[in-house]
Every structure is written in C-alpha cells, then in structure tokens.
Design a protein around this ligand. Structure first.
Ligand SMILES: [Zn+2]
Length: 383
C-alpha cells in the first residue's frame, strides 16, 4: 500500500515535470528570456515550431504538394520533410552571391501532433546551433540567440536605373532616364542620411553600366534592409503621364507588362543571351518562401511611396502595381521599383529635369521611407 502511494506520488511528480518542461530562449541583447513549452511524445520531449516561431519571428510555410514545412529564420531557409528527420538548409552566400545547400539529420522526425508541427527538443538544442554556428548557442539551460530577424532598417540600397551604354528611356530635347534617376538617387541619399540613422548605398555613383544581377547582389552582400530601384517611364503614347510604384509579382495588365518589358529589355540589349538564361536559373531566382516573407513589406512600402509621391507632386496617380522585374528578383529584402513619371511626355519630361521638381520627388520618397521605417522598426522590436 505504501509502495503504491509512493509510486503514485512519483508518477504525479513526473507528470508535473513533463507538463512544465520548458526551454529558456534568450536574445543576447536583452536580459529577459522566453519560456518555450515542451511536451512528451513517444518518450521524447517535443516543442511546437509555431511557439518557437512566435519568439524568433521567422516565417513558416507548409507546402502540401511536396510534404514539406519551410521555416525561414535568420536569413536561412530550413525545409523539413514531414515525418522525416532530415532537414535541408538553404542560405545565401555573401561572397559568391549564390544559394548554398546543407543537410542535417536530427534522428527523430518532425511530427504533426494534435494539429501542430512539432520537433524534438534535440533539434533546437543540438542541431539549431550547428545551423547557425556564429549566432546560436545552448549554454547552462539557455538557448542563446545572437541575432534577430530584421530588427530595424539600418541599410538602404538605392538603385538608379540604367547607366553607361544603357541610357534607359529617352525623351524630348535629348532627355535620358539614366541622368535624371542618378541625380534624384544622390539627392535622396543625402536627405535620408541627414535625418535618419540609416546608411544609404547607391548601386552606381556615376554614369556607369551595372548589370541587373549585380545590383541586387550588391544589396544582398551589403545586408541591405530595403532595395529601391528608381526609374522614369516612357510610352509610345506621348500623352501617358503619372507616377506608379511596383512590387515583384506577375504583371496583371498590359500597362504593367509594358513597364516590365521596358525595364527588362536592358538584359537582351546590353547583357546578352547568356545573361538572359542566367536570370531564369534556380540559383538566381530566390525561393518563393523568401519572396513571400518580403512580399507583404514590399507592398506596404510601395503604398507608402505611391501615396506620398502623388500627394506631394500632384502628378497623376497610376497606382501600385506588380510586375516581374529582373532587377527585383534576386533581392533578399523588401524591394520596390518606382517609375517617377514619363519622360516621353513633353510636359512631364520637362518637369522631371528640373531641380525643384526633383526635390519634391525626393522629399516625398523620403517621407515614404521614414513612415515605412517607423512601422517596420516598431513591428520588429521586442514588446
Ligand atoms: Zn528604367
């Protein structure tokens, strides 16, 4: 009888200890830590990936088609095969500009338990630090994280379109897009750095040719938090005028397809057939998950730009649109392409070439960036 009671008490204690098992997770730039709940399943401790994701603020996406769960965190994409213990990790190499592959075996499968994807504790304590050898450590019962997901905007890359042998769109009186957009980008850099604690880099500082691929490689290699490609438009219809801002997705109408063809034409015209093939290769087109992680923020940024630009300049509002621009396809951060007006339109072209109108454009783009940064930094800070 006594033994039976003792056994019951022991069993109860064990239950309580299993129920309350937790992993302490701490960002090294803060004194506070999070408690990640674990639970027993098939004699192992498991945790829910969604709970961990709520702490690190990554992105999770389930793809039923290939039975995989993709988890994007700290600029790496971890793909789990459901009910398998293998994980594929893809990351971007800053030096080569290509995606890299690694495989990890964590011995016990990721499982769908009570409607939630769950991983063995061992994955987090042993494998996760191997995936991020410079930024994740497990020490004295704490999982220590040395980096955060996009905590704030610190580096912005401005991309003045075209340059060198590629003049871009051409208007009346010998106007060339490449000169106008370089001038505007330089002004915008000064305006941003004057007021915000942000480093601004330009993909070109002078009238030189830069391939589309090198523009986003430059942004990725510099760990940019935003990529903004600056252009002016042209159309056969000389009456066309107004401002539009694009994010990367499929073009949905003829006007967007026309802008897409105009901006992508540089590849065929100035970079050659080989380059065209390269732009469609798998190691250049970044994964859907990374793209979709950035998509919401890109759309958000596009609206802040469009609203501010139209309000300030009173130019015609052609709206926020989507198109498949090569120059945005390799970017690992929220990115937009802005068309500041039509230089093929006599009146608008004349305005775009004037310093005071350019200053108006710069001021409204600055406010777009400033309000986006406020929203973004707040959303990504720790409450
Ligand atoms: Zn252009």
């Amino acid at each position: 009888m006594q033994n039976k009671n003792l056994f019951l008490i022991l069993a109860l204690l064990l239950c309580v200890s299993f129920l309350s098992a937790q992993i302490k997770v701490q960002f090294t730039d803060s004194d506070e830590y999070y408690l990640l709940e674990t639970f027993e399943h098939k004699k192992l401790n498991y945790f829910k990936l969604a709970d961990f994701n709520a702490i690190v603020k990554g992105q999770m996406k389930e793809i039923l088609l290939d039975d995989r769960l993709h988890f994007y965190v700290f600029k790496k994409e971890i793909s789990f095969c459901i009910e398998s213990s293998f994980a594929h990790v893809a990351s971007y190499n800053n030096k080569t500009g290509l995606l890299e592959d690694e495989y990890y075996n964590f011995y016990y499968p990721i499982s769908y338990i009570k409607g939630e994807y769950s991983l063995p504790e061992h994955f987090l304590l042993d494998v996760f630090p191997q995936i991020f050898p410079n930024s994740v450590y497990y020490e004295d019962g704490f999982l220590l994280l040395n980096q955060r997901n996009n905590s704030s905007i610190k580096v912005i890359v401005l991309d003045p379109g075209h340059g060198g042998k590629d003049p871009g769109a051409e208007g009346a009186n010998g106007l060339q897009e490449k000169h106008i957009v370089l001038n505007i980008a330089k002004k915008l850099k000064v305006r941003i750095e004057e007021e915000l604690d942000v480093r601004v880099l330009l993909t070109r500082e002078d009238d030189s040719f830069v391939s589309l691929k090198d523009r986003t490689l430059f942004a990725n290699a510099n760990n940019a938090d935003l990529f903004i490609s600056i252009h002016t438009n042209a159309a056969e219809n000389k009456k066309a005028h107004g401002i539009e801002v694009y994010y990367l997705s499929e073009a949905k109408n003829d006007e967007s397809r026309a802008a897409q063809a105009l901006e992508n034409a540089v590849v065929i015209e100035f970079e050659g057939e080989e380059a065209l093939q390269e732009y469609s290769q798998a190691d250049y087109v970044i994964s859907d998950l990374i793209q979709s992680a950035q998509l919401i923020e890109s759309i958000n940024l596009a609206y802040k730009f469009q609203n501010n630009l139209v309000l300030e300049t009173e130019a015609s509002d052609r709206g926020v649109k989507s198109a498949n621009f090569f120059v945005l396809r390799g970017a690992f951060m929220p990115s937009i392409l802005v068309e500041l007006g039509f230089i093929s339109n006599f009146e608008e072209g004349k305005k775009l070439n004037k310093e005071n109108y350019q200053d108006n454009l710069v001021e409204s783009m600055f406010y777009g960036i400033k309000s986006f940064k406020l929203h973004y930094d707040r959303n990504n800070s720790l409450e």
